[in-house]
Ligand binder design. Structure first.
Ligand SMILES: Nc1nc(=O)c2c([nH]1)NC[C@@H]1CN(c3ccc(C(=O)N[C@@H](CCC(=O)O)C(=O)O)cc3)C=[N+]21
Length: 285
């Protein structure tokens, strides 16, 4: 894959390539009588969550990972949920534990995340994994930003010395994204809702990552000619799915851009599979 032939960065294609590599590793583990296992905990019946969890389940099937979904009622107590996580922590067949977010309001997400064994935390959200990422680029990484790094790598997009601007500072995307870009020697700026004169930053970005959570927020006037634009947004509108970037307005101006759908989303899932395999190999491979 090379930019130039392909201005649209296909997360779908990269995910397929990653999955094909993972399938081979699953085969190798089979010879050792090991099947990697991912367990997803889904609390309540949020329809969007159910859809995302079904994507994860299908992806596991494609590469040969054993997936289990535990459905828990939305009124489950925090302590009962923590007890479920503990059980999975101790289950040798479970390599990856993912607690689907968002959780109901009466449950403290951070407490749940901190209860997951760091070496089974395939979301990469546990403070140990966050710290490892910051300090030495090790541990299990957050799936969305790592998936984005994989897209940039497979399309041979140079990062060293480039101006990278990340819009959004969430623990799940913005902060780890900035950290990963920094590890690749980009000069990184994090912008957010309180940033003044946002466009002054974005117009200087060689690499622009939009993780704002607002529909078509990034418009052509905010983007540098020849930039690489990564769209992390996901909004269901009357005209279908769209991202944080005004794709139609921006695409003619840039060197490369990820679409929504078919961009970052499939790479989040591919990285989740990869993390599950890493967790399996580290613990029992
Ligand atoms: N603990 C936890 N981990 C997560 O990783 C997590 C989560 N909670 N809660 C919800 C979000 C959302 N998420 C998506 C993953 C893939 C697509 C995806 O594959 N999207 C496709 C299809 C979109 C569609 O058609 O619906 C695409 O962009 O092409 C979307 C969304 C993971 N999440």
């Amino acid at each position: 894959m090379r930019v130039g032939e392909d201005k649209i960065l296909s997360g779908r294609k990269v995910a397929k390539a990653v999955e094909s590599d993972l399938s081979k590793e699953v085969e190798r583990l089979k010879d050792l009588d090991i099947q990697p296992g991912l367990t997803v905990i889904l609390v309540g019946d949020n329809p969007a969550s159910e859809i995302y969890v079904s994507y994860k389940e299908k992806a596991c099937k494609r590469v040969g990972i054993n997936s289990t979904i535990i459905n828990l009622p939305k009124n489950i107590s925090e302590s009962d949920l923590l007890a479920e996580v503990q059980k999975l922590n101790e289950d040798n067949q479970v390599d990856g534990i993912l607690v689907q977010l968002p959780l109901p309001d009466h449950i403290d997400d951070e407490k749940v995340i901190a209860t997951i064994r760091p070496d089974k935390d395939v979301d990469g959200f546990h403070p140990i994994n966050v710290g490892e990422l910051m300090i030495n680029n090790k541990g299990l990484p957050s799936c969305t930003p790592r998936g984005i790094m994989e897209i940039l790598a497979r399309y041979n997009i140079e990062l060293e010395g480039k101006n990278a601007v990340v819009i959004g500072r969430s623990n799940i995307v913005g902060k780890p994204m900035a950290t990963m870009l920094l590890h690749q020697n980009a000069t990184v700026t994090i912008c957010h809702s309180r940033t003044k004169n946002l466009a002054e930053y974005t117009k200087n970005a060689d690499i622009l990552v939009a993780a704002v959570g607002r529909e078509k927020f990034v418009t052509a006037d905010m983007v540098k000619e020849g930039a690489v634009v990564i769209d992390v947004g996901m909004h269901r509108t009357e005209e279908g799915l769209c991202g944080d970037v005004d794709f139609e307005g921006v695409k003619d101006k840039v060197l490369a851009i990820t679409p929504v759908p078919g961009g970052v989303g499939p790479m989040t899932i591919a990285t989740l599979l990869k993390n599950t395999l890493t967790a399996c190999k580290e613990r029992r491979g």
